[in-house]
Design a protein around this ligand. Structure first.
Ligand code: RIB
Ligand code: CA
Length: 312
């Protein structure tokens, strides 16, 4: 019996792909639908990639909706330098044969939440928060329906990955991130402070390949491409697997540790635009609004993914 009804908001993206496959491989998850957004690559490509991943997982019945094609206020910034031209370089997957749902992703999110029980749906955000913020602004009556929002975004002790201060998902749409941070619903944040402790090791990648399945081959290929950027940039032993921490948190929260703190987003200064300002030491009277995760059992995290992928 699934214990989590979720909506995934995503911009696949190789790390998004692992998160989506992990959700599709886990019976604890009732995936109501996937909503794509412009982020790593433009919307047409994030949508194409999401469809391809549902077919790779042999879940063609999964509903995929296209959401917003650009941030609320600022021009779109994409990350082909990390993810490649297609956003899923290295996966070597065929074009999708399944198609997008007709409804706009924001409208479907609103309709789905309004039809749900109070406190019943988890929104898993793996991308710029444009869709989620747009839904909240268009239909604030959805808020009581949201059980919690688990999002990959931000960074504080670790700094930023797209500017010196700011992480990509929050930087691309800081106004949307600001709206979500202030929405009043329970937030769990997976920032760079934890995802940079989830570095892929070659042994683990080889174990994906050793699965000898289409999922193993595709994920080995896409992650081997994806990790090169961070390994070169940080000189680290492997690339960080950001987005799957969101799904892993639902499956095994004991893998993570964090603190209830106040998190706000810079939306005025161009120098620090999109910075997540985390009152970790409680030096202000700003009320805590998020569980800010900064520790992970990385071995357990990677073992979970490998175990679930062996069933796909
Ligand atoms: O900063 C990492 C985040 O930005 C991840 O969600 C990655 O997929 C990109 O969207
Ligand atoms: Ca992402």
């Amino acid at each position: 019996m699934p214990s989590h009804k979720i909506i995934i908001d995503t911009d696949p993206g190789q790390d998004d792909a692992i998160a989506i496959l992990l959700a599709l491989a886990s019976e604890e998850i009732d995936l109501l639908g996937i909503v794509t957004v412009a982020g790593n690559v433009p919307l047409a490509l994030t949508s194409r990639n999401a469809l391809m991943l549902c077919e790779l997982a042999k879940k063609p019945e999964t509903k995929v909706f296209a959401g917003c094609s650009r941030p609320l206020v600022r021009p779109l910034v994409t990350a082909e330098h990390v993810h490649g031209k297609t956003g899923l370089d290295g996966a070597n997957l065929p074009e999708p044969t399944i198609t997008l749902q007709k409804q706009h992703g924001v409208d479907w999110t609103i309709e789905t939440l309004l039809a749900a029980e109070d406190n019943s749906v988890t929104i898993c955000c793996l991308a710029p928060l444009t869709n989620v913020a747009m839904a909240m602004v268009k239909a604030p009556e959805i808020l009581p329906k949201i059980k919690n929002i688990v999002l990959m975004g931000g960074g504080f002790f670790e700094g930023g990955n797209i500017t010196p201060t700011s992480e990509f998902n929050v930087y691309v749409d800081p106004h949307a991130a600001n709206t979500v941070m202030k929405c009043g619903r329970p937030l769990v944040i997976m920032p760079l402070d934890v995802t940079h402790k989830a570095l892929m090791q070659r042994k683990w990648l080889d174990a994906l390949k050793a699965l000898g399945t289409p999922v193993g081959d595709a994920t080995y290929g896409m992650l081997s491409f994806y990790e090169r950027f961070d390994v070169e940039k940080y000189g680290s032993s492997g690339g960080p697997l950001h987005d799957p921490t969101v799904i892993a948190y639902l499956l095994q929260p004991e893998l993570f540790e964090g603190r209830q703190v106040n998190v706000e987003v810079e939306i005025h200064s161009e120098l620090t635009m999109g910075m997540t300002v985390v009152d970790w030491w409680k030096v202000t009277d700003r009320a805590p609004n998020a569980t800010y995760i900064n520790q992970i059992n990385a071995d357990g995290f990677f073992a979970l993914i490998l175990e679930r992928f062996s069933s796909l």
